[in-house]
Design a protein around this ligand. Structure first.
Ligand code: MG
Length: 158
């Protein structure tokens, strides 16, 4: 079996009175992500991990933030488009692992829903989709509640 691995990283700023979309679902929160799309920073990092595994460039190249068509777009649509590319090249997802650094709100109650949301888009079972959350102990821009950082790893196989 042929396997490839990729990593992705993304950051979005937090702002009051915006919806918080993360891992494909809406999280109850006083703040949300500033973005051209729906701001789902977890899906963006995941897209970059998948693209990285196959050396297909990055999400900014594929879906430019200058595009009117993509304004406010549901990031699940972007992930589905990335998966089309993965499948076109003859690959499928083995597993993915996502680490979300966010000070608040607490994500633990929402992790399962994120995994359930992402698994069918990736074409894998929920046990192949890991989502982990951490704070940064109030340190840095994440700790000050200014933004969210996400790291993702994706393994693909054929
Ligand atoms: Mg992004």
């Amino acid at each position: 079996m042929d396997i490839r691995i990729g990593n992705g990283f993304d950051v979005h700023a937090l702002s009051a009175s915006l919806p918080m979309w993360l891992g494909g679902i809406q999280i109850p929160s006083e703040t949300g992500f500033v973005a051209h799309s729906d701001g789902d920073v977890a899906i963006h990092a995941l897209c970059d991990a998948l693209l990285g595994a196959l050396a297909l460039g990055d999400i900014g190249h594929l879906f430019p933030d200058s595009s009117d068509e993509l304004k406010g777009v549901d990031s699940k649509i972007l992930l589905a488009k990335v998966m089309e590319l993965v499948r076109e090249k003859g690959w499928k997802v083995g597993n993915v692992d996502i680490t979300i650094a966010l000070q608040s709100p607490k994500l633990a109650p929402h992790i399962e829903s994120m995994r359930r949301c992402l698994a069918p888009i990736l074409g894998v079972g929920i046990d192949s989709v890991s989502v982990k959350a951490t704070t940064t102990e109030r340190l840095g821009f994440v700790g000050r509640g200014e933004g969210c950082a996400v790291w993702a790893t994706a393994l693909v196989e054929r």
